[in-house]
Design a protein around this ligand. Sequence first.
Ligand code: NAD
Length: 489
Amino acid sequence: MCQLVHRRRAVRSPEVIREEIPNLIAGGRAPAESGQWLEKLRPADAMHLCQLARSNAQDVDAAVAAARAAQPAWAERTPVERGEILRALALLLSERRGEASEIVAAETGKPIELALGETDAAVEMGHFVAGEGRRSYGRTLTASMKHRTVLTVRQPLGVAGLITSFNTPLPNIAWKAFPAVFCGNAAVVKPSEEVPASALFFAELALEAGVPAGVLNVVQGLGAEAGAALVEHEDVELVSFTGSAATGRWINERAGRRLAKVCLELGGKNALVVCDDADLPNAVRWALASAFSNAGQRCAAASRVVVFDDVYDAFREQFVEEANALEPEPVISEAALERMLDAVARAAARGATILAGGERSDSSGFQLAPTIVEGASPHDEISHTELFGPVTLLYRVSSLDDAIALVNDSPYGLTAAVHTASLHRAMRFAEKAQAGVIVVNGGTHGSEPHMGFGGVKDSGTGWREAGIEALDVYSDWKIVTLIADPALA
Ligand code: NAD
């Protein structure tokens, strides 16, 4: 949890994380101008981990000015050169994956194996984007008039404000910073106040890899202070945001007033459907992984599991038994844990049944046991609200059409999965489910670096992160017409 520093317990931080996590502006570490710090607690045991700069509009001004100053020279480099520097960053991150992952594990409380996998995913994003240096194609177009050649070329936007969530700190930054910087922009990252150290680590590694000072800056602090100042800054041409729909809505309104480009990657209430012809052990395995990995703190988490009547009891028995056998993992903060417990208690008070979990575990951190709730109405608040934790709802349906209707009865539309042996059912589901990602016989998982990822409805505003689609977020297309006069040849 982040709050003003009050040092409840003096505990030595793990060596990978320094006591003070400052901003990184124009290549130099800088505390907040105000001199204030926020405390960051370790989710695993609620002990003091470190303190981060509590930045405000003044610090954001300095970071945006540094980005503005560095951007033109960076944009002058060829895409091949920029790609090579980003490849060097990816290689450096790969070399230092152990250190990077220890920082992530300490800040988030996730197991080191998970953190290592995420670091590798950030590295892969770097390699994919670096390859665009030699593959960043435009088009040649025909023209109605003679002797004209028309080309499309990408151009950078200028300064990008990159605001990220806490859940997978390195991939969240990598998915934005690699394409933003590759396209010739300079950027100011405002990481989640819950994961300041991994953002600083990434940006300092970028410096070491040869990204010029000022091209990738970091401003630490609270969303309402540092984040809002970045969104409202006149010199920020693009705001790219990953976080909750509520914050995204505010950002869209505020940045929209000054007609800035805004890319929003928001939440989900993703459903995994189990048909009566499904391979049940496989469906249970994927439902567990989708609902509970990373303590359910995944935008693509399966927070709804929709099961056909005929196999409902058998599925439920196995699902609950295996969920009870999982080790509780911490969620990011005390506030997040309280919010989840309250939501589950309110659903229970309205008649839902808690089949597993639902209570704070007796460890000293922010652990919540995998929680399964049955019998909540599809219209209940808990059915429509993203909890972003290890809580999933079980529903019973009698047909594929009912399942699809339930899947689509949500403000969100990020990912969805169906388990069936029938090609016809799978194709019907893929066609009708309202989501940006559909998986057949697997989990409601996310994406790989070469696959554009994003959702519909309240899950986003239509942009796709990762894939070559990400380049469309961070660049504008320019049309260039060349007129050659044969008489002058
Ligand atoms: P959040 O919206 O609380 O915060 C996200 C970021 O926005 C943080 O850096 C925060 O400091 C900042 N912020 C908060 N208020 C702000 C404001 N007024 N102006 C500017 N910045 C502000 O979300 P969170 O709790 O960090 O993350 C969880 C959410 O992120 C979930 O909804 C999850 O589904 C979503 N998410 C989406 C994706 C995706 O790709 N679609 C990926 C990961 C997480």
